[in-house]
Structures are given as structure tokens and as C-alpha cells.
Design a binder for this molecule. Sequence first.
Ligand SMILES: [Fe+2]
Ligand SMILES: [Fe+2]
Length: 319
Amino acid sequence: MLDLSNPFVMREDLYACDGTLILRQGEILSNQVIEEIQKSGRMRKREASPLKTSEVFDDYRAVMEEENYNVIFAGDAVKEEVLDIVSEISLTREIYQELELFKVMDHYTYRHILITSLLATLLVKDFFPDRQQVILAGSSALTHDFGKSRIPIEILQSARKLNYEEFLYILEHPWISFLLLAYYTGEAESLHPMVAFNHHEKIDGSGYPRGIKVEDPIIRLVTICDMFDALISPRTYRVDPFNVRGALDFLYEEATFGRLDMTFVKLLISHNRQSKTPIDSLIISQDNTGYRPPTEKNNYSCHEDYEEPDWEDGSTSTV
Ligand SMILES: [Fe+2]
Ligand SMILES: [Fe+2]
């Protein structure tokens, strides 16, 4: 049973890419509703095909070459090791269709989910000896933002500050991602839907959408990979991103506040240094010499870094 004490009401009808209506506008999410979604998901026969023969695999290879990642993915050996693992991912037709939708409609999110998946694979393999678990983690990171494709594109790619109604679409994308994946997998509490649901939650309960304390190590790790890429990538509403060092400083700070898993933040830092030192012996300076965009220095900054709505006067847009 999932903790749904923070009730969620559907803003719009939600359709799967096979045309099935998953939930109607106005419906309130409950465990019973989720059970029905799982059931209807299980009734559809879905065969998985290997990612290696899809164009997603070529795109994986391409995003690895980005400048920001030339230390983390330095050298052919590291690249090939990670590509070898993700080549074993198998996906169903619906998942490929969702990925194609991003590729056509929202290339930013497409490259973001690919690189988050590669990064998660790289980090998870250091901690989990079971190869199947590493493959599963990489695969679940690939689908973590699926709900974003249901956000109107003019909101998702808006360069101005969003009004509160628009902001809610962003805030609710983990719910939508979760529902889509509960339907596609037929198992709401399996890793893909749960990573999607909880990737903006924090270990101290300060995240969203439910404010739960995340304990699952793979979700904690995907969250860090997700944030890292979000911070260093230019967006329509933030043309001036963090540099790699600035993003790592920020994540380290978040971990010292108890919001992120310190071990996994250190693991990311050690990969960015190509360090062979054990994580526990890693020396991390707190001189904050990395670059952070000035307006975001004191803000929580992930890819949903909109300001809180002004509850006092109910004002919405400040364009
Ligand atoms: Fe997200
Ligand atoms: Fe993301």
C-alpha cells in the first residue's frame, strides 16, 4: 500500500500511448484506483525488445560525448563498460513510443533522461554487484521523467516565470510518470514506477510530491544523477547553468544538510575526479569555487526550480 495521504486529483485525462484512458480528469488517486490501473496494465500482452538494436542505443553513445561529461565518461573503457550494461536493457513497445515522443517533442528531456540513465548505471555498478540490478537501475532512470510529456509544451519550455496553475503541472509530473509506468509495467510498486514517483523526494522528507523520506538506495542515487544533469544543463528558463564544480558543490551542500545521500554524492564527485581513493577518504573542500548562476545561489535548484507561489495574495503571474 502506498502512502497517499496527500491526495492527488487528476488535472486532465491521462492517456497511455496505446490510446488507453488510464485516469479521468477529476479522479482522486487511491490505492484501489492504482490496483485497477495495474490490473488493466497486466491484461495487455507486452513483449520487450532489446535496446541495443534501437536508435536509443546510438543516442546513448552520442550524449556521452558532451563536454560536461568528458571527465566522468573519460576513456573508451569506461564508456564501453557502461554501454555494455545498458545494451542489455529491454523495453516494451510503449516505452519506446514514449521515448520517441520526447525525441520529437522535447529533445531537452530526451537527452536528460538518457544521460541520467548512463550516470545512474555508472554509479550503481560500484555499489551493486548484481548485474541485473544495475541494468534495472539504468532502465528505471531512463523512464523517470515520463510524465513530462503530458505537460503542455508551452509550459514545459516556457522561458518566463510560470503562474501557479502552470507550476502545478511541473510539480505533478512525478505522479503522472508513476501512473504511466504503473500501467506499462502492471506493477505499481516495481522499480520503474517508484523511481519516477520519488525522484524529487529527499531523504529527510523535504522533497515533493508526497514529502516522504526516501530509503531505497537506487532512488537516492537516481535523484542525485537527475539533479546533477539538471543543474549543469541550460534550459529555456535558465540559459546560464551551473558548471560541473558548482553543481557538485551544491549537491555536497545538500548532502551536508541531510537532504541527499552523502555516500552517493561523494561517489559522483570521485568519478568526476577519476579518483581511485576510497569514498570515505575523499577530501572535499567547501570553498565553493564552482560557478552557480547568481540568482540561484540561495535557491533550491533542480529542473523544477520555480519559485513557490505567493499564497498570501493569490497572485499568479509575474511574467
Ligand atoms: Fe523530474
Ligand atoms: Fe529529471
